[in-house]
Design a protein around this ligand. Structure first.
Ligand SMILES: CC(C)(COP(=O)(O)OP(=O)(O)OC[C@H]1O[C@@H](n2cnc3c(N)ncnc32)[C@H](O)[C@@H]1OP(=O)(O)O)[C@@H](O)C(=O)NCCC(=O)NCCS
Length: 198
């Protein structure tokens, strides 16, 4: 097993794993090219943090986030809006309603809590579906936390509140605290946080 920081060169492997692990999610439906550019942009941000676990040179788990939640998505959009839009065009032509969903996804205000907004955020975590429940998720999350807690005292994350018990359980097991729930369109989301402990 190799655990290491991911670079923009790993973006294709990240997009491939995302597609496998987040099978029926909206961002996945925008296509593999969109995901590659999305993750490349996050990793290239000065505040971006990305950790991966490899088995036999294959990426099997990753955790990706930012040291500062506030305006992270708008910064990404400022830098890569055209590339992201262009990569998603084939899907958007087929399903034009996705344009509004995309705008909503990037634009949802999850919280006004200043401390959360100024702190770090886990944007995406997943494990190869054939390798879940073996401790990889916990390992890649705790490596992410170790790196983040060098510079930020808090990490927040959001996940679906409904029909997502195992993931909510995973975060609770990893000592995340539920701050609030909110709606993104008609999707109920949970906002969790974890504080640095000495
Ligand atoms: C959520 C997710 C990242 C968890 O990763 P994971 O590797 O399955 O999680 P872990 O194995 O570390 O821990 C989960 C459970 O697995 C089991 N487990 C942990 N280590 C284990 C081991 N060595 N052997 C067997 N089972 C183990 C445990 O039951 C653990 O729960 P516990 O802490 O009560 O014991 C993964 O399921 C996933 O990628 N899901 C799809 C994508 C997704 O929804 N991501 C979250 C978006 S917000």
């Amino acid at each position: 097993m190799l655990l290491k920081n991911l670079s923009a060169e790993d973006a294709q492997a990240i997009a491939n794993l995302h597609t496998k692990a987040f099978n029926s999610f909206f961002l996945t439906s925008l296509g593999n090219r969109f995901l590659k550019i999305f993750y490349q942009t996050i990793i290239n941000e000065p505040n971006g943090v990305a950790i991966g676990i490899f088995e036999e040179k294959q990426l099997v788990a990753f955790s990706i986030g930012t040291l500062k939640k506030r305006e992270f998505y708008s910064d990404i959009l400022k830098k890569s809006a055209f590339l992201l839009f262009w990569a998603a065009v084939p899907q958007l032509i087929r399903h034009p309603k996705k344009i509004f969903r995309l705008i909503r996804s990037f634009g949802t205000k999850e919280t006004e809590n200043k401390e959360i907004l100024e702190s770090a955020c886990l944007l995406s975590i997943c494990v190869d579906p054939s390798m879940t429940n073996k401790g990889y998720g916990t390992k890649v999350l705790s490596a992410f936390e170790q790196k983040i807690f060098l510079k930020s005292k808090k990490i927040s994350l959001t996940t679906d509140a409904e029909e997502n018990d195992s993931v909510n359980y995973f975060y609770l097991q990893n000592k995340y605290i539920l701050l609030c729930s909110f709606y993104q369109s008609n999707r109920k989301m949970n906002l969790y946080y974890k504080c640095y402990e000495n």
